[in-house]
Design a protein around this ligand. Structure first.
Ligand SMILES: Cc1cc2nc3c(=O)[nH]c(=O)nc-3n(C[C@H](O)[C@H](O)[C@H](O)COP(=O)(O)OP(=O)(O)OC[C@H]3O[C@@H](n4cnc5c(N)ncnc54)[C@H](O)[C@@H]3O)c2cc1C
Length: 459
């Protein structure tokens, strides 16, 4: 007689919930509870006719070499994806528009290789033909570009040694802010605030003050393992590797979600779960007061939502979840050219705009030129994270808010508590936040894989 499959509830269907569904669905009977009307990863996406597929909001890119598990998940569920250029430019934001971009990073895609290079964007012709009100001297522009490039190489090349040596000597871990601004030869402020932090604030979707408090190790290891650093010979690695091109999914995000959730027996939408009661048969309590019993429950929400769902969890777990730091931010899909760099020659796929340091802005703005990444999207549609200016209402196609966990010096401790409590009372926690690493898609899939291993499913 066929043995009845054990029942697993997954609360939340962002990438962590969907990955868990695919992994656990191989052996278990999976029910997804999602408070939105569609699968969570698709809940903010938008249709922009005549483009037929739904556009991801926020637009999430990945790199197969740095995201091996996400790539495996997409490949094994037949999600299509293709390389896209991750070139970016940095420009100033000022009230009197028209200040030139000051840095451009490009990525030459040859087959599966993505070869990075810094375009100095300093062609004398570009500079001479600039009609802008404020035009810094050519020498000043040249100086700042050289300064940025040298500092970037210094950061990429030497930081891993510094961090490695500190840890080998048993020294106290340091924050990114302390590492960059302290020491015998601090990094130039211009490099920190005009290039590195704007770039990192986009990768981590957070403010500069949160970056100051990020563990230096987390950021440096991210670049050492994943980024441009892998281009350089480094005794901390055994071989020289090449950064592959970044990729994006090429089908609508709704279709991606459908494929990832295929193994779910049931998806309950508009279902705001209010409590998960741990126990031999953990209970899922919904907003309407109904409750259902499962063999296991996987809570795949953000940490602050998980703490609200688990009032009966062990106090140390509740404490850790409540203390997790996160930041809110907003994303617009729109047609306002005014949020793009003022000179068209500075436009890139990704356009980082930085407020002058004197204004004390605590973050950058980032606009993605959507139809440059996907030519099926109508012309001149942009997606802007953290806009510095008010957008014209009639040009807004979509507004969405997100919360994203921020890594601090306490995060490692909190992740340890999560790990020690996995499975207690039949309840597991997954999410891009839940493992001590950068809170990106790959970490969310890894968290699902780890729960799979505990529940005897290999991925
Ligand atoms: C602007 C921006 C750009 C980003 N770009 C990238 C990128 O390019 N590459 C990358 O790797 N990462 C990127 N990220 C990060 C990435 O999007 C997140 O790490 C990832 O989506 C988090 O997934 P998750 O499943 O852990 O959480 P979430 O996606 O937040 O999923 C949690 C789900 O739980 C549901 N939920 C919450 N409470 C309840 C409840 N009570 N009952 C039922 N359901 C509930 C929510 O509705 C949601 O669907 C970006 C993030 C942002 C904000």
């Amino acid at each position: 007689m066929k043995e009845e499959r054990k029942r697993v509830a997954i609360i939340g269907s962002g990438i962590a919930g969907l990955a868990s569904c695919h992994i656990l669905g191989e052996k278990y009977d999976v029910t997804i509870f999602e408070r939105e009307a569609t699968l969570g990863m698709d809940s903010q996406s938008i249709s922009i006719p005549p483009c037929t597929s739904r556009v991801d909001v926020p637009l999430r890119i990945f790199n197969p070499r740095f995201y091996p598990l996400l790539t495996k998940l997409y490949t094994s569920t037949a999600v299509s994806f293709a390389p896209c250029s991750s070139e970016f430019s940095s420009s100033w934001i000022t009230k009197e528009k028209g200040v030139a971009g000051y840095f451009k990073y490009s990525n030459l895609s040859i087959g599966k290789l993505g070869i990075p290079y810094f375009s100095l964007n300093l062609s004398p012709m570009n500079w001479l033909t600039s009609k802008h009100k404020y035009r810094p001297s050519y020498l000043k522009t040249l100086y700042s570009t050289v300064l940025h490039s040298v500092s970037l190489f210094r950061f990429f090349l030497f930081s891993p040694f510094y961090i490695g040596a500190r840890s080998a000597l048993g020294m106290k871990p340091t924050t990114l802010g302390q590492y960059l601004k302290g020491g015998l030869v601090p990094y130039p402020k211009a490099f920190i605030y005009d290039l590195l932090y704007p770039m990192l604030s986009v990768v981590c979707t957070c403010s500069y003050s949160s970056l100051d408090a990020y563990p230096a190790k987390t950021i440096i290891e991210y670049y050492n393992t994943y980024g441009i650093l892998t281009w350089f010979p480094n005794p901390l690695r055994t071989r020289l590797q090449y950064g592959g091109a970044h990729c994006r999914v090429t089908e609508g995000i709704n279709s991606v979600c459908e494929k990832l959730s295929k193994r779910a027996t049931t998806c309950v939408f508009n279902s705001n779960v209010t409590e998960v009661v741990p126990g031999e048969k953990p209970l899922v309590v919904s907003g309407d007061g109904s409750s259902r019993e499962f063999d296991y429950v996987v809570v795949a929400t953000q940490p602050h939502h998980a703490s609200a769902l688990l009032p009966q969890a062990k106090p140390e777990l509740l404490d850790a979840l409540k203390q997790w730091k996160y930041e809110h931010s907003s994303v617009y899909v729109h047609r306002c050219d005014s949020l793009m760099p003022s000179r068209e020659c500075d436009w890139s796929n990704v356009n980082i705009m930085v407020g002058p340091r004197t204004t004390g802005l605590d973050g950058s703005q980032c606009s993605i030129w959507l139809n440059r990444l996907d030519d099926s999207i109508p012309k001149d549609v942009y997606q802007t994270w953290n806009p510095a200016f008010k957008l014209e209402d009639e040009k807004i196609l979509k507004y969405a808010e997100f919360t994203r966990p921020v890594v601090t010096m306490d995060t490692e401790k909190h992740c340890k508590v999560v790990k020690e409590n996995q499975g207690s009372g039949g309840v597991f926690l997954v999410g891009s936040y839940s493992r001590f690493d950068m809170p990106l898609l790959e970490n969310a899939v890894k968290s699902g894989k780890e729960v799979g291993e505990i529940l005897d499913v290999k991925f």
